[in-house]
Design a protein around this ligand. Sequence first.
Ligand SMILES: NC(=O)c1ccc[n+]([C@@H]2O[C@H](COP(=O)([O-])OP(=O)(O)OC[C@H]3O[C@@H](n4cnc5c(N)ncnc54)[C@H](OP(=O)(O)O)[C@@H]3O)[C@@H](O)[C@H]2O)c1
Length: 363
Amino acid sequence: MSASFAIPDTQKAWLSVRRGYPPSKSLELRNDWPVKKTLKAGEVIVKIHAAALNPVGWKNMRLYPDFIAKRPYVAEHDFSGVVVSANGSAGFKEGDEIYGWIQSAIALPTKQGALAEYLVVPAANIVKRPANISGIEAAGVSLTAMTALQALNFAKLEEGQTLFVNGGSTAVGAWAIQLAKVRGAKVVATCSKKNEEYVKKLGADEVIDYTSVGPLHTYLTQSPPSTKYNVIFEAVGQFDPSLFTYSRAYLQPNGTFVSVGPMPHEFNLSAIPGAFKWISALYLPAFLTGVRPKGKLVLVENKVEDMELLRKYLEEGKIKPTVDSVYQFHDALSAYEKLLSSRARGKVIVNVSLPPGTGSASE
Ligand SMILES: NC(=O)c1ccc[n+]([C@@H]2O[C@H](COP(=O)([O-])OP(=O)(O)OC[C@H]3O[C@@H](n4cnc5c(N)ncnc54)[C@H](OP(=O)(O)O)[C@@H]3O)[C@@H](O)[C@H]2O)c1
């Protein structure tokens, strides 16, 4: 028998009310945001337990003008929670503990997000939470783990190959390392000195302290690996494309370069040359650019088979979520400060409705 839940008419929610950066200039905490209760076939209502912050959250606040973002909308994308209404959705019933995400393409038009108490999502966006993963940990899985999985899938990383991860301590990079080890690949990853042990514990066979080697493409060109890498995954979001454009020196001729996508620190005219360099390196023919390896910017998309595979790996203990820190709901702006520091080691989580004090950093 399924549990029955009383669903309130209004909820507390962090809303992006205007375009702005940092998030404190865009967000307002409201206590009277309506709870969406009408479900289309295949949708569920989730009572959110915890939400995780992702850079796309503040990028949407910063980038999108109101006519695209249709403000106000609830911020953020990753969540864990419990199904409180399933409307006959295959595979789920009221009371199921789940985790999942809501991508911008659904979130913005429906004005929904993870920094609220309730949301309505297609059942294809959630999976059941394995018992060995807490609600706090599960909140930070979907978006970053699927990004890493889809990058490795595009590159067709196989057993016995070597993956180079730029940014082994980013949330995306941490998943890439763990998933590459599940596939039986060797992993070399960059991180700062303080994160060496952490990144090795995730499974990296070798680490390079990016703070001590100078420009990475120059270092790798001057000290190339004995066998060139099969796949390079740029998991920091660097705006400078040099790691890609110089990669002939350290990436196999038939190797693949995948990036999470360049993101400048500031959106102004100085960003244009970098954007032009990326676009020309990726899309112009090799005889014009001299860049021979295949390159791709990964853009995470919802794939039920990827969500299910990651859930299975988590349940089997093959991969583990990483949590940097946990903030209370009213303190979400402090959580954004941590994310924006670019120093988080694992996911920054906001506790929405779990007892205060639930969950802690992984390390
Ligand atoms: N395309 C997509 O679909 C997609 C999806 C998800 C994320 N992304 C993008 O992927 C990037 C990473 O996101 P995330 O959430 O994983 O980031 P994150 O966890 O917030 O990254 C923080 C980490 O980055 C490390 N770091 C900072 N600068 C570095 C550098 N130059 N070299 C190596 N490590 C560095 C920091 O380590 P130290 O303290 O040691 O520096 C820190 O541990 C972002 O740009 C995000 O927008 C794209």
